[in-house]
Write a protein that binds this ligand. Sequence first.
Ligand SMILES: [Ca+2]
Ligand SMILES: [Ca+2]
Ligand SMILES: [Ca+2]
Length: 179
Amino acid sequence: MAESVGVRLLFPRIRRLVPVVVTPRGNPRGFTLIEIMIVIAIIGILAAIAIPNYLSYREKSKCGRALLELRSIETSLLVWAVDTGMWPHKRPVGDVSGNEVWDLNSPSAGLVATDGGYPGWNGPYLANVPRDPWGNNYFFDNDYNINGQNVVAIGSFGTNGVGPNNYDADNIILIVSSD
Ligand SMILES: [Ca+2]
Ligand SMILES: [Ca+2]
Ligand SMILES: [Ca+2]
């Protein structure tokens, strides 16, 4: 009991804040400092395990969503390439000299609307190109660099949102092939 009085004197405010357990004999007994510290330590350990898992789960599910959306964009792109013989940079399929397209919703990109520059256009091929899960545009890049090799790709700048023409590891890329 001496220890309990001591705790009460040293930490009167804590003593008031912690719940009071009434023992079967009817004596109110607060948690000791050690008990509180153990509980806080357990909560800390659980949080340290759960929070990174939750964050990585959230990022993984965002990456999955981006890939699904890119596949749907690719499907429309391939139908459109058959109709027009072109990619969104107004160059014939197979010609890799055109510029990147950073906004696939724009009429000049030809996917949801046309500016008249695509003979054979029979769209729209998509009602709307969504933003990626991080709020940025999906893009078309005719010379996306993967390990020193250029490929025709559509993609998202990924978690860090850094672009354009920044070929970093978190980008989510779908290589588009006309084969
Ligand atoms: Ca380029
Ligand atoms: Ca490029
Ligand atoms: Ca990135």
